[in-house]
Design a protein. Structure first.
Length: 777
């Protein structure tokens, strides 16, 4: 073919990257791998083949870890941890930096090995995955360096169990290992069974960098090995993968005190408004859904296009699809490579084949005869309720629907159980910045898509999991506050008999939706104090929880108020409490039999003022990211928070949970101190006179054990906190698996309400949303 002809047809010639070095490395290792434990590779054992999905060829044999291997890895990590932590951030930074340098030095080998093992186009592994891996280690070398000065109250969690998927094998490893090591933890990591090779090459790099033995341990195997890690003696589990497995891990770790972060699936909306730069939006879609064959948790897999341009947009999109080149992942001219494994290919096929709705279009480009290839696919004209609009396909399949107004776009975008990412295309900056805060997602890209950087936290809300990876917020997931939390004191209600202190029956009602409410059960219990019978309180049941949650969910407007307004209201609550300080102090003394009521009231006023002070100051950040843009990290309220309040200090415990939560724009359902509930029922009189809108604060009385489960399992509750002296962490965490709500339960950290740890509360009361916008040249 002449050059002229090439220009005319725009045809291409293959430009294959050589696999020789990578295959030679596999041969050098004997084509068989054991685990990497305590700084050395174990002898290969019984296991399974790792195949190249583009050809079906066996690349290497991997070992399926047994319980003894996992135990050995965990104990190596345990042994290595104290020394690694004590070395200090600057010492650890040197190792992370050395790893980053070695990753850079061997970047081509890593890229080729990744493409061989996973099937992703070499252009992606070479230009996206591996550079981001290096960036992550450099960035976290810096975080280690800064830890002592910038996070003086933080310390390592200990040993972290980390389980990663197959779609970005080395990148997910980097996201897990780099921050863990930077903060002084040691790790046991399991790569996915389809794609373990770059993790094993990484182990080799750790040895080359002279990383102390046991700091990084890598065990291979399938989900059974994952389960062993989850059950092992680790302090934290970090998981990326399917929502179904994430839920199982939440249930399995319930009540164990293990920290947990879950980065799960998604069905992210890709919204195109009629004023968008259409050609850019089409190119964006190529990155959104055909990048990595659509096997991306935040893939823009759900196209929502404004009605007026829908036909033209789809037409252009189909034309673009036809130009996508599908084939050998090692060919540098290839756009779409192989799906990771025949199992995944079959899943995609059967999901598409079983769909009868809409119109299916598949790209015209020829598919290789062998290997796991699936054509880029568009299914247009779907309704929100269609299965493929809701279920994650995790393949190169885009589903699409249309909308008329921006309001409808938001409604459709949020009509999903997931909340990982969203993309907005419009030339109108007002529209983009109006829509971005309304999208329920952890990441929003404006006029771009699938951008990642170590400085910008990544993670989702709803059933896309919890916790962030990257940025300052990602470090929280690998640290805990210094020192041991004090155990919660078990408070017992006074028992008594005899005449009531006040002859008139005083049965304090609960407080729901801004009104006093009788318990649904119709039952109440006496509250005794030192002087005698102080009154009665209602015993809330499941129905009362539902009513309170409904009221809180309805008070959405609170989340949109300004920090300034919320501060004013919190100050006002403090002021009104101060005006009745003596009365509250006497009530506390009467209930607890102690004489520290006045002190507790004063501490409560202080805490209200501190939360008020923060309400308009706990700001987000703007991250400089290495693209033409910035990532604006906004702090958003979590939503509805259910909290079991501390028993021992009935007023301070209530205020400690309530004040920071509402300061950040959350609505709360508070279960009052179980033995001393009357401080809470007196307190709503203060709320009633302090301009707190109805439904923002709801107060229930009764048994924490009874209330924990309905609160934790309610789908409209977004987070549950427990400071109860009854350890309900197992029940709460298990029940919270339903909609994967955040939980903060009384392990060591939850005792923090003793001291003023408002920042920790503010953190628990907010989600960080990173909004990427074009900026500068
Ligand atoms: P998966 O969630 O089963 O696998 C991810 C990792 O978890 C692998 O390392 C696996 O060995 C491990 N694992 C499996 N069962 C486990 C258990 N019970 N306890 C602990 N670890 C366990 O994902 P799979 O089956 O490979 O893919 C199925 C679907 O999951 C995909 O079609 C896709 O929808 C979704 N997925 C989402 C990912 C994401 O990044 N959000 C990544 C991979 C898959």
């Amino acid at each position: 073919m002449t050059v002229k002809e090439i220009f005319e047809t725009m045809d291409y010639g293959p430009a294959p990257e050589s696999s020789a070095e990578a295959l030679a490395w596999l041969v050098d290792q004997g084509d068989k791998f054991g685990h990497y434990i305590d700084g050395t590779f174990t002898k290969p054992g019984k296991g399974f083949d790792s195949r190249n999905p583009a050809t079906g060829e066996v690349l290497a044999k991997l070992t399926q870890a047994k319980q003894a291997d996992v135990d050995a890895a965990v104990s190596a990590a345990r042994k290595a941890q104290p020394k690694w932590e004590k070395m200090g951030g600057a010492g650890r930074a040197r190792y992370l930096y050395a790893i980053a340098r070695l990753l850079q030095k061997h970047s081509r080998l890593f890229a080729v090995l990744e493409s061989l093992d996973n099937g992703k186009p070499i252009r992606e592994s070479r230009d996206i995955d591996i550079p981001l891996v290096q960036r992550h280690f450099y960035y976290h070398a810096g975080m280690a360096q800064l830890m002592e000065s910038e996070l003086p109250n933080a310390e390592a969690l200990g040993v972290c169990g980390q389980i990663v998927p197959w779609n970005f094998p080395l990148l997910m490893l980097a996201w897990k290992i780099a921050p863990a090591l930077a903060m002084g933890n040691t790790v046991v990591l399991k790569p996915a069974e389809y794609t373990s090779l770059t993790a094993l090459l990484f182990a080799d790099i750790c040895s080359q960098a002279g990383l102390p033995k046991g700091v990084v341990n890598i065990v291979t195997g399938d989900g059974a090995v994952g389960e062993m890690i989850v059950a092992s003696d680790v302090d934290k589990i970090a998981f990326t993968g399917s929502t179904a497995v994430g839920r199982r891990i939440r249930e399995a770790t319930a009540g164990s005190g293990k920290a947990l972060t879950l980065e799960l699936g998604g069905k992210s909306a890709y919204i195109v408004f009629d004023d968008a730069d259409i050609d850019s939006a089409i190119e964006g879609l190529v990155d959104a859904i055909w990048f990595n064959q659509g096997q991306v948790c935040c893939a823009g897999s759900r196209l929502l296009v404004q009605e007026g341009i829908a036909d033209r947009f789809h037409e252009k999109l189909r034309a673009r699809m036809d130009t996508l080149r599908i084939g050998d992942p090692l060919d540098k001219c290839i756009d779409v490579g192989a799906v990771v494994d025949p199992v995944q290919l079959q899943t995609i096929k059967s999901m598409v084949d079983s769909n009868t709705a809409g119109h299916v279009y598949q790209a015209a480009g020829a598919l290789p005869e062998n290997g796991c290839f699936y054509p880029p696919t568009l299914i247009s004209g779907l309704e929100t309720s269609d299965q493929l609009m809701q279920e994650e396909i995790f393949g190169p399949v885009l589903v699409s629907s249309t909308f008329r107004t921006p309001e409808e776009a938001v409604e459709l975008a949020n009509n999903t159980r997931y909340g990982l990412a969203a993309t907005v295309w419009t030339e109108n900056v007002n529209l983009a910045l109006d829509i971005a805060p309304k999208l329920v997602a952890g990441v929003v890209w404006v006029n771009a898509t699938n951008l990642f950087d170590a400085a910008a936290g990544f993670g989702g809300v709803r059933e896309s999991g919890f916790g962030r990876e990257g940025g300052w917020e990602g470090l929280t997931a690998y640290t805990k506050p210094k020192g041991k939390g004090k155990p919660l004191a078990k408070a017992e209600a006074a028992m008594g008999e005899g005449a009531p202190v006040d002859p008139i029956d005083r049965t304090a009602k609960m407080y729901v939706g801004g009104k006093q409410a009788r318990p649904d059960s119709g039952y109440s219990k006496p509250v005794w104090g030192k002087p005698g019978l102080l009154g009665h309180v209602g015993l809330a049941n499941r129905k009362d929880v539902r009513n309170a949650v409904e009221a809180a969910a309805g008070a959405k407007g609170w989340s949109k108020t300004t920090g300034h307004l919320r501060a004013q209201i919190l100050y006002y609550i403090g002021e009104n409490l101060s005006a009745r300080a003596g009365e509250f102090a006497a009530r506390l003394d009467a209930m607890t039999g102690r004489k520290d009521g006045a002190k507790e009231v004063e501490a409560s006023i202080q805490r209200l003022f501190t939360a008020a002070a923060w309400a308009d100051k706990y700001d987000g950040q703007v991250h400089g990211v290495p693209i033409r843009g910035v990532a604006i990290a906004m702090k958003e309220p979590v939503g509805v928070i259910g909290a079991l309040c501390a028993d021992e200090a009935p007023l301070l415990g209530l205020v400690s949970a309530m004040a920071p939560a509402i300061a950040m724009g959350n609505r709360v359902v508070l279960a009052a101190s179980e033995p001393y509930p009357l401080a809470a029922t007196d307190f709503y009189q203060i709320l009633e006179t302090s301009d707190v809108p109805a439904g923002v604060v709801n107060i229930l009385t009764g048994s924490h054990t009874e209330l924990a489960k309905p609160l934790a399992s309610h789908l409209n509750v977004d987070a549950v906190w427990s400071f109860s002296s009854t350890d309900l962490s197992a029940e709460i965490e298990r029940a919270s698996a339903g909609n994967l709500k955040r939980s903060w339960v009384n392990n060591a950290m939850a005792t923090e309400w003793h001291e003023d740890q408002t920042r920790r509360f503010l953190q628990a009361a907010t989600e960080v949303k990173n909004i990427w916008v074009p900026y500068g040249e």
